[in-house]
Write a protein of this length. Structure first.
Length: 333
């Protein structure tokens, strides 16, 4: 097996096979972990698709959970932008130019270690970023003997609409509490972005004072101006990367059309980010509630309760060999 093989189960469970070290990684990213990444991916795909250069020569794709393999690194960044350049024979070379990570359950220290590995292994990365989603209270399941555990054991499992309807009308999404237990509590959502300095060395993710660095927030306040300005600089670097390409037998005039690329103003629209964060927070809280509830029932659904007694056969009905009356819930044999 030469590449990563990924299977999705129940739309959220991911299995990734790493061919070099021969191991299998199972992960189940939460909705809140992925929510801002999805906003960025949609915007990047939209803008990159509209670059006025023949797709037969240069093409781009924003890829979630894309497997990266080199002599020194096996990694699956949360979001990567890849650029392919192809000659007239259809032979293409690929290059990763953007990498973004999101942290919800992992620590900022672990995420920074990843970013350092990325820029060390790919010194020509144009943009590197991290989304840091911090919880106000670390999530813990209800204790086994608590009143809430007993209450949930006897209660029927709510669907997502009922869960949000019962507990979402007045509490917002910063603190999602159901039956007295906090299923999710947000403290802050930060975004950090670094861009490559033309003519300089690799991006220094340990520097927050360089010209190509930006910091923004989505929660509790929304301030994305600096981040969007820096991401726009990243798109300009992407444009320059096209203009600097040396593709054998390619029409240079086609590549020069990249100068007419006018992408949308913002990659991270504030309203889109707030809506995505709210939806992701509620989906994550409900998933935690549902998993805990099912664990209480040992993954066995409750039988449906009978609302009415089964109707007895008519007293004049005499079963014969072909028709045997059986009580409701049993099978005539």
């Amino acid at each position: 097996m030469r590449g990563q093989v990924t299977y999705s189960l129940f739309l959220s469970f991911k299995l990734s096979f790493f061919p070099g070290p021969q191991y299998l990684m199972a992960s189940s990213p939460s909705s809140v972990h992925e929510c801002i990444l999805k906003v960025a991916m949609r915007a990047l795909d939209r803008d990159l698709y509209n670059i006025p250069v023949s797709k037969d020569i240069v093409s781009f794709k924003a890829l979630p959970n894309h497997f990266h393999e080199s002599d020194s690194l096996y990694a699956v960044p949360d979001l990567a932008v890849r650029m392919w350049s192809c000659n007239h024979k259809g032979i293409c070379s690929a290059r990763t130019i953007w990498m973004l990570e999101s942290a919800f359950s992992q620590s900022d220290t672990d995420m920074m270690d990843k970013l350092r590995e990325y820029v060390h292994d790919l010194p020509h990365l144009l943009v590197v970023g991290k989304i840091l989603i911090c919880q106000a209270i670390p999530y813990h399941k209800p204790t086994p003997n608590s009143a809430m555990t007993a209450q949930l054991r006897e209660a029927w499992l709510m669907d997502e609409g009922q869960f949000a309807g019962n507990f979402g009308s007045s509490t917002g999404y910063s603190q999602i509490v159901a039956s007295g237990h906090p299923w999710l509590s947000l403290k802050s959502v930060e975004i950090h972005v670094w861009t490559h300095e033309p003519g300089g060395g690799p991006i220094d993710v340990d520097s927050s004072h360089q010209a190509g660095y930006a910091f923004g927030t989505i929660f509790p306040t929304v301030d994305l101006d600096s981040v969007n300005n820096t991401l726009s600089c990243g798109r300009e670097l992407t444009k320059e990367a096209i203009l600097e390409l040396n593709v054998p037998d390619a029409d240079q005039r086609s590549l020069d059309c990249a100068v007419f690329w006018t992408p949308h103003a913002h990659i991270l629209e504030p309203e889109d980010c707030v809506r995505a964060l709210m939806d992701g927070a509620w989906a994550t809280a409900f998933r935690r509630y549902r998993v805990f509830h099912r664990e209480l029932l040992n993954l066995h659904p409750r039988p449906h309760r009978r609302r009415h007694q089964p109707r007895k056969p008519h007293e004049n009905y005499l079963p014969n060999n072909d028709h045997v009356a059986a009580p409701v819930g049993e099978v005539a044999g």
